[in-house]
Design a protein around this ligand. Structure first.
Ligand code: FAD
Length: 457
């Protein structure tokens, strides 16, 4: 990028908010999964107006602009494919308003999810979307990916809490879409279009969020199973019994062993499946729900069941699940992580399929995740060798193919980014992809904002 353009952008954000050294720029060339190109420049805007000016320049000089929250994404969404300017939102991190009368908050995109949740809890309020990365991820990144988490089973995902947005579209216009009310059907629902658009349709600069009252109490159950099939069947049975827990998290044997190595909880070697189940609400109803769930677990041969309503004890029960993502690296240095979703009645079929796949390829394939939603984080752990890479690529294709066969979808929460773009056609028809490309082209005729994401290049 030539020095004149860098100079013009620097003038917009101020010298102290622009990085141009190679060392600094290199730090913005990867996310939690993907290595990409080094950007030409990294800037930290402080307002929609600054973002708009940068996008107007981008259209004039035809450089790419890549929005970035905290870089915890798992599909390369915030990673440049060929230089350009990375916009980082760490300076736009204010909670602008908490409206306790209408249960609404207005935030800037750089607010850390956990910081926001802690702040509104002081008012007895709750913002349920809770990706496992919530202590580090930004709300802007959550909105762009439509993040979900353990709570999604009962409370839904980010999309269900975003009621309005301020977005700078790629041509530089600042749009205010959506509402500050609980209802609103005036015109097309552009808010929903931007949620989950992975920063390809515009840059989010303000977010109106719906809040709910903080649940009064919780009960947490940890159940261990000697057969993974029983574990999977128990998930389907809980859902079929018409109890909706706030959370049902699953871990298979390989995940449990990994987690035990990193953080021993004394889970016996012969355990093949673990479920962590939470119900929340008023104390009387959670008591009866927890008891019903216990009965289903017993019916499905759970060999050990621990139930607590004490938050500190619950925190201990969560340990195995909490450490597992990082612990997988004890097996092998490279992780290929997918987050497929299947209808909940097909969970046992998916688990059986993954077991067979692990045997077929002879590489560790672990699965854990939000079983209550049918959403599994399948982690293929490999050595950095061409042979392992090839096996992993074939395994991924088989996993996606089986997921579609089971009536599922390729990604529940991590998005497509660059890492899954090649597989888009496995799920979407050419007509659907073409319609999506037309929408992208309408907002971004010069393909300025986050090029190379979602659609295969
Ligand atoms: C250990 C771990 C666990 C995780 N667990 C979960 C989980 O349980 N559930 C889940 O959903 N995800 C999970 N993730 C993935 C990731 O944390 C989420 O996708 C999160 O929403 C990304 O937020 P971020 O601020 O890091 O965004 P980034 O990674 O910086 O960006 C993500 C995408 O958002 C776009 N973007 C960021 N800010 C803006 C903006 N202001 N305007 C427009 N576009 C923008 C970027 O261009 C990119 O496409 C996990 C990641 C890790 C590392």
């Amino acid at each position: 990028m030539d020095a004149k353009i860098i100079g013009e952008i620097t003038k917009i954000v101020g010298e102290e908010n622009a990085l141009t050294s190679l060392e600094d720029r290199r730090c913005y060339s990867y996310d939690a999964r993907t290595d990409g190109a080094v950007p030409d420049m990294v800037v930290f805007p402080s307002s929609a107006d600054e973002v708009s000016k940068i996008l107007i320049l981008a259209n004039r000089y035809l450089f790419s602009v890549i929005p970035r929250g905290q870089g915890t994404g798992l599909t390369g969404g915030s990673v440049p494919i060929r230089g350009g300017v990375v916009l980082v939102f760490t300076r736009m991190n204010r909670i602008l308003e908490i409206d306790t009368k209408n249960l609404i908050a207005v935030v800037e995109p750089g607010v850390i999810t956990y910081v926001f949740q802690e702040e509104i809890a002081k008012y007895g309020l709750c913002y349920p979307p809770d990706p496992a990365s919530y202590k580090y991820s930004s709300i802007g990144g959550n909105v762009a990916e439509c993040a979900g988490g353990p709570n999604s089973l009962k409370y839904g995902v980010t999309r269900d809490y975003v009621i309005g947005l301020e977005v700078v579209i790629p041509t530089g216009e600042i749009l205010n879409v959506g509402v500050r009310t609980m209802k609103g059907v005036v015109g097309y629902d552009l808010t929903r279009l931007f949620v989950g658009s992975e920063g390809t349709l515009g840059v989010i600069t303000k977010i109106n969020l719906k809040l709910i009252p903080l649940p009064e109490s919780k009960a947490t159950t940890l159940a261990l199973f000697k057969k993974v099939e029983d574990t999977a069947e128990a998930v389907s049975a809980i859902i079929a019994s018409k109890i909706i827990p706030s959370t049902i998290e699953f871990m298979d044997k390989a995940s449990i062993r990994c987690s035990e190595q990193a953080n021993p909880m004394g889970i016996p070697e012969d355990i093949e499946g673990l479920l962590l189940i939470e119900v929340d609400g008023d104390s009387i109803s959670i008591e009866s729900q927890a008891e019903k769930i216990k009965a289903v677990l017993v019916q499905h041969n759970a060999s050990d069941i621990k139930l607590t309503r004490d938050p500190k004890e619950a925190d201990k029960l969560w340990q195995a699940r909490r450490v597992v993502s990082q612990a997988t690296y004890n097996l092998n240095p490279v992780k290929i992580a997918e987050d497929v979703v299947v209808p909940r009645s097909n969970i046992p079929n998916l688990i059986r399929f993954l077991e067979r796949l692990q045997k077929k390829y002879g590489i560790p394939i672990l699965s854990f995740g939000h079983a209550g939603d049918g959403n599994f984080h399948v982690s293929i752990m490999i050595k950095e060798t061409p042979e392992d890479r090839k096996k992993a690529e074939e395994a991924v294709r088989e996993i996606f193919s089986e997921t579609i066969k089971l009536g599922g979808t390729l990604s529940g929460e991590h998005g497509i980014g660059t890492s899954k773009a090649a597989y888009l056609g496995m799920e979407l028809s050419p007509e659907v992809i073409n319609t999506m490309k037309k929408i992208k082209n309408l907002f971004d005729p010069n393909n300025i904002v986050n090029p190379g994401k979602i659609f295969p290049v």
